[in-house]
Design a binder for this molecule. Structure first.
Ligand SMILES: Cc1ncc(COP(=O)(O)O)c(C=O)c1O
Length: 328
């Protein structure tokens, strides 16, 4: 992969992830469109997901700096924390995660996996997580350790490089198939996935619309955040370019009841894809993004004959933590 070949990478993912069409779903939703899916739920790292690609670069950076322990933060059902714990286990590093909320009596979903993967779990109120991370980092340093703190979602230029590389992988797959994509749609939250894709598209000269469905951020905030991170990521890649918010496509119409609150949009999207194609989405990110994509299709946002790709970013272990709401 040419655009990231000069950066250290610790291989963690099964790549390339599959790219395939969704024939039954396309026929059910709009037979004038071809819907396709890129399966980053199949990256293979303890349940898979988009963080695996970011962690290939983050773990390599930690190793380059001689770190022996990684730390990060997230929500109680954080896919990022679960994959960081798995990546650290693979690389032989200790892992600390700071999660928001209170420890439940019975861990479930991603939290259960954090335990199994050997992460040391700390709890803090949501707004206190970054300070707790800084405090833990200092404590470890004072104890003679070499900590490597990772920001929320692994969304810094090092992590986002994973999605620049991913876009190059997709470009190669589409070329091999003689396929022209008209839009790429995915869940966007801390912005690293989108920033990496945007930076990658710039570096590759691929003019494909990249539409992030916001999971929790207002449109203007997420656009500004992605533009800033994409700019920093192109610098990190050695292909500097300045993006502005106007360069970034975000749809924030589907925020529903807020972060991690599953509603009818997510529930119906999860059931539809599961029953049409046997593919699982998650209740927080991909359920919301896929629900948003379906709504846009029904409202005629795409022209007949277009090829629309949904980038599945994983998250399915969280399904088990939503069992009650999903079977209602
Ligand atoms: C399953 C899943 N999809 C999408 C995202 C959003 O990715 P990003 O934070 O890079 O915007 C996340 C982030 O946690 C996630 O876990």
């Amino acid at each position: 992969m040419a655009i990231t070949d000069h950066l250290p990478r610790y291989p963690l993912a099964f790549l390339p992830t599959p790219l395939h069409s969704l024939p039954r779903l396309s026929a059910m939703v709009c037979d004038e469109l071809q819907l396709l899916i890129k399966r980053d739920d199949q990256t293979g790292l303890a349940g898979g997901g988009n963080k695996t690609r970011k962690l290939e670069f983050l773990i390599a950076d930690a190793q380059t700096r001689g770190s022996d322990v990684v730390l990060t933060i997230g929500a109680i059902q954080s896919n990022h924390c679960r994959q960081t714990a798995a990546a650290a286990a693979r690389a032989g590093l200790e892992c600390h995660v700071v999660l928001s909320g209170e420890p439940p009596q019975k861990p479930n979903g991603n939290l259960l996996l954090d335990h199994l993967l050997g992460a040391k779990i700390h709890w803090a109120a949501q707004e206190e997580r970054p300070a707790r991370l800084a405090e833990l980092t200092e404590e470890l340093r004072a104890a003679g350790r070499r900590p490597y703190p990772i920001v929320l979602g692994g969304s810094d230029p090092v992590g986002a490089s994973g999605y620049a590389r991913a876009l190059e992988e997709l470009l190669e797959q589409t070329r091999a198939l003689g396929l022209k994509l008209d839009a790429i749609v995915f869940a966007s939250s801390s912005g690293g996935t989108q920033a990496g894709l945007v930076a990658g598209a710039w570096a590759l000269g691929w003019d494909v619309p990249l539409l992030g469905i916001s999971v929790d951020e207002p449109e203007a905030d997420l656009k500004a955040q992605v533009a800033d991170l994409a700019t920093r990521t192109t610098n990190h890649l050695g292909r500097p370019h300045t993006f502005t918010a106007g360069d970034i496509r975000v749809d924030a119409e589907y925020l529903g009841g807020g972060y991690a609150v599953m509603g009818d949009l997510e529930r119906e999207a999860i059931r539809l894809l599961a029953q049409a194609e046997g593919i699982l989405l998650d209740p927080v990110y991909t359920g919301r993004a896929f629900g948003g994509l379906l709504d846009r299709i029904r409202r005629g946002a795409f022209a007949a004959g277009q090829n629309i790709l949904f980038w599945h970013t994983g998250g399915t272990p969280a399904l088990y933590a939503y069992a009650g709401e999903l079977t209602r």
